[in-house]
Design a protein around this ligand. Sequence first.
Ligand SMILES: Cc1cc2nc3c(=O)[nH]c(=O)nc-3n(C[C@H](O)[C@H](O)[C@H](O)COP(=O)(O)OP(=O)(O)OC[C@H]3O[C@@H](n4cnc5c(N)ncnc54)[C@H](O)[C@@H]3O)c2cc1C
Ligand code: FES
Length: 275
Amino acid sequence: MGCCGHCSPAKRLPETHPIAHIVRETAHVQTFTFKVSLGAKPGQFVMVWLPGVDEVPMSVAEDDGKELKITFFAAGDMTEKLAQCKEGDLVGLRGPFGTHYTWEKKQKLALLAGGYGAAPMHFVAKEAAKDGCTVDVFVGARGKEHLLYLDALCALKRVALHVATDDGSQGFKGTNVAALVEELDGGARYDQLFACGPERMLVAVSQLSAQRKIPSQLSLERYMKCGYGLCGNCVVDPLGIRLCTDGPVVKNDLCMEITEFGKFHRDDVGKKHLF
Ligand SMILES: Cc1cc2nc3c(=O)[nH]c(=O)nc-3n(C[C@H](O)[C@H](O)[C@H](O)COP(=O)(O)OP(=O)(O)OC[C@H]3O[C@@H](n4cnc5c(N)ncnc54)[C@H](O)[C@@H]3O)c2cc1C
Ligand code: FES
């Protein structure tokens, strides 16, 4: 099998960079800043390598041409070790890989963010606002202690923030998708919906997008190893597309053809796990 050819050989090799700055966002989430630009667009991801530990995919939380940020949740072995890093420690980065969100100038966009999805959605909101778009961001979490990027989103011009928590501890009580439905029922109109977060949230956005006939772009996560189309680990049924090159951001029309969407994903050895 050949590589996708989408990326230059240089992008396929990691380069180590010192962590320039660390922000602890919540008890389990941190943001690392690196003094490097990889020219990433909102929605793309990088492979993050901790020498001697592992390499995992992470969405780019920001790439402004001078600095690159990642925001991550300590979920397991690699990310827990990453969470113990200090400023100055070296981390390998390669990429950027994958598709990115696309919009037209002056569009009205609704962005739905769950969990660490708030980080790439902040990147989208910032860039889309520069193109004259009006952006409503619906950030959702189980409770207020898990909400991310609220201050950063509030600081953006042309961006309105809507907060939703399952337990009602802040903002709308319920999911961020339910908060969006309330806005739509109240007369709000959008050219596109963008979503990044847990797959159950993506399923709800996909269904809403189809019912209300509003085009949407969703960021799908599958187990990734190479990141550039070589290993086939991120292939989805039944299309056989590789989500590291044809995704992670896919249009809902394509997403609805992925029969495993919302049902199962595969691990590093291809074994199915139900959501
Ligand atoms: C395109 C993409 C973007 C992502 N962006 C972010 C992000 O911005 N912030 C963030 O915190 N997390 C992000 N993730 C998830 C992140 O890759 C996993 O949390 C991380 O790999 C966990 O590794 P671990 O060793 O700490 O945990 P493990 O205990 O090994 O795994 C915990 C969970 O992460 C999944 N996982 C493990 N390795 C991989 C892998 N190589 N590829 C995909 N999933 C894996 C496992 O299936 C499991 O569900 C993203 C994943 C993808 C595919
Ligand atoms: S083909 Fe290797 S991660 Fe997608």
